[in-house]
Design a protein around this ligand. Structure first.
Ligand SMILES: C[SH](C)CC(=O)O
Length: 266
């Protein structure tokens, strides 16, 4: 193709994350729906994707990544989403809290806290920025909790204290979920539970809560990004609804890249 086109400048590659992520299904769908025949979606990880973004951005080179909000990269770099007229990324979404069957009976206090857990994208971004700035996620969680006792009090209101019951939270190493799982895990600890955080891939995250080997997760991107995983397991767990509203996934480019829609990749 034309070496000066966006495809020519990026070797017709979109930098993705790990293959099982919902955003990768959406991106494979977009490549097909927009007829981006000679484009390829590069699989890797969240960490590798942001490393590629940093490298290109520092050299003001064009790059297209699979991106999502909230994410610290939007406060670090001047980025924009490509318009998605065919709505392959599903527009605004929520992140839901999901617990295993029987959790309410086994750990009523923890169930109440997880059910009442609800915060804003700005809250989550504060924790993410500290983590990406090098702070240990558990320390960043503690810092946020100490600075937001009013919000935490809303989540723990009416929750009976645990007496050392163990709780296993599963999450995927996306910047958003590292932050949110450390915050809620720390709060459960402070309320008398023995909490372990287990980092897994997205399939095992849903399967673990569904088969009861994990107790809960606060990482279900719905109704679009994780729809397939949700539909596979939804009869085997309890969906407590959103803990965060107004998230988004899509293709993201630095603002210095002069295209504005996925259509422009053709
Ligand atoms: C990368 S988003 C946080 C979630 C997903 O794509 O599965």
């Amino acid at each position: 193709g034309d070496p000066n086109s966006i495809g020519g400048q990026t070797d017709y590659t979109i930098i993705g994350i790990e293959p099982g992520a919902g955003i990768m299904n959406q991106s494979r769908d977009a490549i097909e729906k927009y007829g981006l025949d000679n484009w390829q979606l590069v699989e890797g990880s969240s960490a590798a994707m942001v490393a590629e973004l940093k490298k290109a951005y520092n050299k003001k080179e064009p790059i297209i990544v699979t991106g999502w909000s909230p994410h610290w990269m939007f406060s670090t770099y001047d980025l924009k989403y490509l318009d998605d007229p065919k709505n392959t990324y599903g527009g605004s979404e929520d992140i839901n809290t999901i617990v295993r069957k029987g959790f309410k009976e086994d750990a009523p206090g923890a169930y109440t806290i997880l059910d009442q857990f609800s915060w804003k994208t700005s809250d989550l971004e504060e924790v993410m920025v500290d983590v990406t700035g090098g702070m240990d996620p558990s320390k960043a969680a503690e810092k946020w909790i100490n600075a937001n006792q009013d919000k935490v009090a809303e989540w723990t209101k009416g929750a009976q204290a645990g007496n050392g019951e163990s709780i296993k939270l599963v999450y995927v190493a996306w910047d958003t979920e590292i932050a949110s799982t450390n915050v809620i895990g720390k709060i459960l600890e402070q309320n008398g539970y023995r909490v372990t955080l287990s980092q897994v891939e997205v399939g095992p995250m849903f399967a673990g809560v569904a088969n009861g080997s994990a107790d809960a997760m606060v990482s279900a991107w719905l109704p679009s990004t994780h729809l397939e995983y949700y539909n596979t397991y939804k009869n085997d767990f309890d969906d407590l609804g959103p803990n965060l509203k107004g998230t988004k996934t899509g293709l993201v480019v630095p603002k210095y890249v002069d295209i504005n829609s996925i259509e422009d990749l053709k």
